[in-house]
Design a protein around this ligand. Structure first.
Ligand code: EZ4
Ligand code: CO
Length: 403
């Protein structure tokens, strides 16, 4: 069997997605992958089209590991978000083909189920504590047992994870990234109060978590983890930027708040220092930015060895094939922890059918062979690419901070 064609499909059913369709010489047999990188979509599409697709034509799609090694090690230039997202798109499509050939869902190829469904968490953001509380109650009514909570911070303009119109940042010029203003002091005062409010009003049983989005310095992160300790978070997400892994020692030493990190990691070597020193409790890489299922399995095996659980990134700006891959891994891995999820709008289901189904607080894998997703190319063509960016964050004095 040979790969005959690699199609890169860029579409915007509400937001931009880059999809990979790998076609084989076996009639009707193809695989579908996701290679979306928010704000840099066309860089990945071009890497795939111009540099990677020509290397795949004529190769045996069954040899996933060899293809992965060939693209990662064989190219000399390796790693980074663009190349590892492109590699993930190829990797997912190849696993999809393997599953379809075998007539088995991906989880079965990964060793079979260790559980039936994947415990899932949803996002709740609000302009104030009351709005967050309402959102949390609505999520509980929908069956969620784990909820991520974010709140607008007085004095800051635009808050990560808060969708409400008035909380959004300003656009410096039409078509450029929106700009938000963020200061650590009000943020550090607000978040413990939010958690105190939620524990008083919704009780102790619901699992809560919060995403710092890598904005704090080590001592600020240590303070937050310590002050959140009484509220028993499920985990505190991404307290620090990805560069200084050793800074996690300070946060770890300050409290017993469980820590999670990983959506900005691109290889197992990024994850290794935090895992082997047991500085985190959850590794939450984005499979779509990590070179796919092939690398995620290796990260999960490293994590299992050190009692670290998985919490793969599952935001709305990666496409359903990556969400499907998440859940196939979740139900097969022994050290699965929790799965982040979103509800996709109807247009996404139309263009990319097969996102994992949500029911009773969990996500359930497709029983179809492979990943269980498809691409409706006619529908995709109705939604052409629209240039868009993630926001930029500035401090109050105007200097650039990390978004
Ligand atoms: O900001 O996917 O946990 N989820 C997140 C996401 C990321 C986006 C970046 O493209 O932090 O919302
Ligand atoms: Co995050």
């Amino acid at each position: 069997m040979k790969i005959t064609e690699v199609r890169v499909i860029v579409t915007c059913p509400g937001r931009n997605y880059v999809l990979v369709k790998i076609v084989t010489d076996e009639p009707g047999l193809y695989g579908v992958g996701d290679a979306t990188l928010n704000g840099r979509e066309l860089a990945v599409a071009s890497a795939l089209q111009e540099h990677i697709a020509p290397l795949l034509i004529g190769r045996d799609p069954d040899r996933i590991e060899d293809t992965w090694q060939y693209l990662f090690r064989g190219a000399y230039w390796r790693g980074g978000p663009v190349l590892m997202t492109a590699l993930a798109g190829v990797d997912l499509a190849l696993w999809d083909i393997k599953g379809k050939r075998a007539g088995l869902p991906l989880y079965s190829l990964l060793g079979g189920k260790t559980r039936e469904g994947a415990l899932a968490y949803t996002h709740v953001g609000g302009r104030d504590f009351a709005e967050v509380e309402d959102g949390v109650r609505a999520a509980m009514a929908r069956g969620f047992r784990v909820v991520r909570v974010q709140v607008a911070v007085p004095g800051n303009r635009g808050t990560y994870g808060v969708a409400a119109g008035s909380a959004k940042g300003d656009f410096p010029r039409e078509g450029l990234p929106p700009e938000e203003v963020w200061e650590p002091s009000p943020y550090l005062r607000t978040i413990p109060r939010l958690l105190a409010h939620l524990r008083e009003t919704v009780g102790e049983e619901l699992e809560l978590l919060h995403d710092v989005h890598e904005r704090l310095n080590p001592v600020q992160a240590a303070r937050l983890a310590k002050e959140l300790e009484p509220y028993h978070l499920f985990f505190l997400e991404d307290p620090l930027r990805p560069e200084h892994k050793e800074s996690f020692r300070l946060v770890r030493a300050a409290s017993a708040t469980p820590l999670a990190m990983g959506e900005l990691f691109h290889t197992r070597w990024d994850c290794l220092p935090l895992i082997q020193e047991q500085l985190i409790d959850f590794i939450r890489c984005d499979i779509g930015h990590l070179g796919g299922v092939t690398e995620a399995r290796k990260v999960a095996a490293l994590a299992e060895t050190f009692q670290v659980q998985t919490a793969w990134h599952g935001p709305g700006d990666i496409a359903p094939p990556t969400h499907a891959a998440n859940v196939h891994l979740d139900v097969s891995l022994p050290n699965f922890g929790v799965q982040e999820m979103v509800f996709f709008p109807e247009a996404v289901h139309e263009v990319i059918p097969g996102a994992p189904e949500y029911r009773d607080g969990a996500l359930w894998p497709s029983e179809s062979p492979g990943l269980g997703c498809d691409i409706n190319e006619e529908a995709a063509a109705k939604y052409p690419y629209r240039r868009a960016y993630l926001p930029t964050t500035r401090r109050a004095d105007g200097s650039v901070h990390d978004w």
